[in-house]
Design a protein around this ligand. Structure first.
Ligand SMILES: Nc1nc2c(ncn2[C@@H]2O[C@H](COP(=O)(O)OP(=O)(O)O)[C@@H](O)[C@H]2O)c(=O)[nH]1
Ligand SMILES: [Mg+2]
Length: 84
């Protein structure tokens, strides 16, 4: 693209940082977790294996994305806080 007639697009690329003191919250919800819980006979309300699975997945996410400063999980969902 550089040197072509489309090079002007670069002039629209702006820094995309968060404002100071603000943060992003990302909520990820497990897909079809109800079916998974039935297939593996999860106990209600909190299956130990399900908790371990969610915690393990969340640790992987937080190890991969260092911008995430906090993770909070419940049921089949996790919220991740990304700080400025
Ligand atoms: N039995 C059991 N079910 C769980 C547990 N954690 C999550 N679930 C199931 O996961 C579902 C999560 O809700 P939702 O996201 O609406 O369902 P989804 O669309 O199937 O992912 C709940 O309705 C439960 O059926 C658990 O520890 N034990
Ligand atoms: Mg779900």
């Amino acid at each position: 693209m550089a040197g072509s007639k489309y090079a002007y697009v670069r002039s629209f690329e702006l820094p995309d940082t968060l404002l100071p003191g603000t943060y992003i919250l990302v909520r990820l919800d497990g897909h079809a977790f109800h079916r998974l819980s039935q297939e593996h006979d999860f106990v209600k309300p909190n299956d130990e294996r399900a908790l371990q699975l969610m915690d393990h997945a969340a640790k992987d996410v937080m190890n991969e994305f260092k911008e995430v400063v906090l993770g909070f999980g419940e049921s089949d969902e996790f919220r991740y806080m990304i700080s400025s």
